[in-house]
Design a protein around this ligand. Structure first.
Ligand SMILES: [Zn+2]
Length: 198
């Protein structure tokens, strides 16, 4: 499985957009801005976009969705609990074609992954669990976790969601919505929010 990171919204939001592929077909996680940059990256690599996976509905993660979907006809997956986000936080009406649900196992672009509903940052936040890799959105960051003070946020839910992540088996790599990649063991050991759970 190949993972490429495009950091979009330069100089301001630095949202990690991930291109994930096993072969020609490709998944894009959180195309927050600059859909033309994502399209150019796909074209350069000869990839066909099968689906966009959204870790949550905040504007800095979904801004490029509609343009990419229009250009490629790809499917768009979102947890519908984020449809309750105020339009100002989701950049208007959220566009999606398929609903994520907790525990759902999906195979797209030849890759199988499981959906973990992890509310806290938003009500519809999810983490996507691939073999040996977690895409953690704005739930878990290296040394930190997502903010819980925006509408739809809940510190109580965040604690439960972080506990679910910490309880996953093994030491998968963690690719967050912002900042550097890490590993689950590193976060279990050093992340103050995970350490506070035990
Ligand atoms: Zn967010």
């Amino acid at each position: 499985m190949t993972i490429e990171t495009l950091t979009l919204g330069e100089n301001h939001f630095f949202t990690n957009c991930y291109l994930v592929s096993e072969g020609k077909e490709c998944l894009v996680i959180d195309p927050g801005f600059q859909p033309e940059t994502v399209l150019a990256a796909l074209e350069e690599r000869g990839r066909v976009l099968e689906a966009i996976l959204l870790t949550h509905g905040h504007f800095d993660h979904v801004g490029g969705v509609k343009a990419l979907a229009d250009a490629t006809g790809c499917r768009v997956f979102l947890h519908p609990a984020d449809l309750t986000l105020p339009p100002a936080l989701s950049a208007g009406k959220l566009y999606y074609t398929d609903a994520f649900s907790d525990g759902q196992e999906l195979t797209l672009a030849g890759l199988t992954f499981r959906v973990l509903h992890t509310p806290g940052h938003t009500q519809g936040s999810v983490c996507l669990i691939f073999q040996d890799v977690i895409f953690s959105g704005d739930t878990l960051f290296a040394d930190s976790c997502g903010r819980t003070d925006l509408p739809g946020g809940s510190r109580y839910n965040m604690v439960n969601s972080l506990a679910r992540l910490a309880g996953l088996p093994g030491d998968p790599a963690v690719y967050p919505g912002h900042g550097q990649a890490t590993t689950l063991d590193r976060e279990r050991k050093f992340n103050p929010y995970l350490r506070a759970l035990s």
